[in-house]
Design a protein around this ligand. Structure first.
Ligand code: GUN
Length: 297
C-alpha cells in the first residue's frame, strides 16, 4: 500500500515558514508584501479558489485584495485595471485567475502583468527564464505555483537527491502545469516525457514512470494498471463529480483506490497538490516583494 503524500501538512509548514519570513521582511523593510488577485466572471470553482488564495495570503501577513470583475468586461478595460495594479507600489504580486472568458485575449492579459509582479510565472519572460535556466532558483525567479508545489512534494518524498536520473512522465501539456513542471523536473535531472491526449499507448508510457504526474482534468483517467510498482504518483487533477448520494465530490485524474495498491507514494485529492499551490503563491508573493525592494533572494 502506498505512502500518502500529505500536501495539507506540507502546505501548512510552508505557509508557516513564509509567514515568519514575511514578518522578518516587514521589520527589515518597513513595508508589507501586497497581493492582488483578479477574477473575471463567476465560475464557481475559480471563485472558491481565489477566496482561498486571498484568505491564506492575509493569514500569512500579506496584504491581499480581491478584484472581482464582470464576465462581460472588454479586454481593454481589463488591461487598464491590470495596468493600475501594476503601477501601484503597494502591490507586489498580481494573479489573474484562469481560465478567462473566451471573449478576453488571454495572451495580452498575461503580458500586461510585469514580470517582477507575475506571481503565477506566466509572463513569457518568466517562462523563458525558467526554460533557459540550468538550475532555476525560485528565490530569484517567479515559477508557476502548481509545478513548484509538485516539485516540493517530490523532493520531500524522494529526498533532495532522489529525483536524479528518475524517469518522469507528466500527463498533460498545459502552460499552467505540464510544460513548466517539465522544465523543473529536467533541471532536477529527471528524464522527462510529456504525454497528452494524443499520445500513443498512453498506459505503456505511464508504466515507465518512476515519477508519474497526472494533470489533465479527466477524472480517474490514470488507472492502477498504468502505475509502475513503487512509483511516486502526483495527482494534480481536481474534478467535481456526482456522488452516489446525489451530491458531489472531488476526485483527481488518478483512480486513487487502484493506484494506491501499486504506487510507492501518492497524493490524495483533495489534500495533495491543491494546498501546495496556494502555499507556493504565498512564497512567490514574498519573493516578488523582495525582488522589487532590491532585497534579493
Ligand atoms: N487556474 C488554475 N490554476 C491556476 C493558477 O495556478 N493560477 C491562475 N492564475 N489560474 C489558475
Amino acid at each position: 500500500m502506498a505512502r500518502l503524500i500529505d500536501g495539507k501538512a506540507a502546505a501548512l509548514a510552508l505557509r508557516t515558514e513564509v509567514a515568519r519570513a514575511v514578518e522578518g521582511f516587514v521589520a527589515e523593510r518597513g513595508l508589507r508584501p501586497g497581493l492582488a488577485v483578479v477574477i473575471v466572471g463567476d465560475h464557481p470553482a475559480s471563485r472558491a479558489y481565489v477566496r482561498t488564495k486571498t484568505r491564506m495570503a492575509e493569514a500569512a501577513g500579506i496584504a491581499a485584495r480581491l478584484i472581482e470583475l464582470p464576465a462581460d468586461i472588454q479586454t481593454a478595460a481589463l488591461l487598464e485595471r491590470i495596468g493600475e495594479l501594476d503601477a501601484d507600489p503597494a502591490v507586489h504580486g498580481i494573479l489573474v485567475q484562469l481560465p478567462l472568458p473566451e471573449t478576453i485575449d488571454e495572451a495580452q492579459v498575461l503580458l500586461a502583468v510585469s514580470p517582477k509582479k507575475d506571481v503565477d510565472g506566466f509572463h513569457p519572460a518568466n517562462v523563458g527564464a525558467l526554460f533557459s535556466a540550468t538550475r532555476p532558483d525560485p528565490d530569484r525567479l517567479l515559477v508557476p505555483c502548481t509545478p513548484l508545489g509538485c516539485l516540493h512534494l517530490l523532493r520531500q518524498t524522494l529526498g533532495a537527491e532522489g529525483l536524479r536520473g528518475q524517469e518522469a512522465v507528466i500527463v498533460g501539456r498545459s502552460n499552467i502545469v505540464g510544460k513548466p513542471l517539465a522544465a523543473l523536473l529536467l533541471a532536477a535531472d529527471c528524464t522527462v516525457t510529456v504525454a497528452h491526449s494524443r499520445t500513443r499507448d498512453l498506459a505503456d508510457v505511464c508504466r515507465r514512470a518512476d515519477i508519474l504526474v497526472a494533470a489533465v482534468g479527466r477524472p480517474g483517467l490514470v488507472r492502477g494498471s498504468w502505475v509502475k510498482p513503487g512509483a511516486a504518483v502526483i495527482d494534480v487533477g481536481i474534478n467535481r463529480i456526482e456522488a452516489e448520494d446525489g451530491g458531489s465530490r472531488l476526485v483527481g485524474d488518478v483512480a486513487f483506490a487502484e493506484a494506491e495498491q501499486v504506487a510507492g507514494a501518492i497524493t490524495p485529492v483533495p489534500g495533495g497538490v491543491g494546498p501546495m499551490t496556494v502555499a507556493c503563491l504565498m512564497r512567490n508573493t514574498l519573493t516578488a516583494a523582495r525582488l522589487q525592494s532590491g532585497a534579493g533572494g
